[in-house]
Ligand binder design. Structure first.
Ligand code: DQA
Length: 142
């Protein structure tokens, strides 16, 4: 069974409460349940990780080396700022899909650039929870 590490970055743990007009009314627990359900359907083993701390995300990516076959990452705000996360992904060289709940290309200018996109094989934006399913589907076929 393929193993996928799912990483959610800062403030995604505030889903439901956080700008519901943008991110929806469902909370983070609902997202995690959704991901687990998709993984079961696709016969993937998933590990769910969320952190508000850049270094903790870098550590999780480094520790994925030799353990996971794929990474699904929503780096949240670090998408637009973190060379460290990009470098960690390049270091472990694990197939990676970048997911965003919203369409970052249609929001503020500062969200249009993604460091992670310089490494990720695929980016899925603006599909809400469904984007996570699409990403897992893609990784299951790798
Ligand atoms: C996000 C988009 C980012 O710009 C933002 O900082 C987030 C969430 C998304 O899922 O749409 O925290 O990654």
């Amino acid at each position: 069974m393929k193993k996928v590490l799912v990483i959610n970055g800062p403030n995604l743990n505030m889903l439901g409460l956080r700008e519901p007009a943008l991110y929806g009314a469902k909370n983070f627990e609902a997202l995690q349940q959704f991901i687990r359900g998709c993984a079961d359907e696709l016969q993937l083993q998933v590990q769910l990780f969320q952190s508000n701390h850049e270094g903790a995300i870098v550590d999780a990516i480094q520790e994925a080396y030799g353990v996971y076959d794929g990474i699904l990452i929503n780096p949240a705000a670090y998408t637009h700022t973190s060379v460290a996360i990009l470098d960690a992904l390049k270091a472990v060289a694990i197939p990676t899909v970048e997911v965003h709940l919203t369409d970052i290309s249609q929001r503020e200018d500062f969200r249009k650039f993604s460091f992670v996109s310089l490494y990720a094989e695929k980016r899925i934006c603006g599909k809400g929870f469904e984007g996570y399913r699409e990403a897992l589907e893609y990784l299951s076929k790798k």
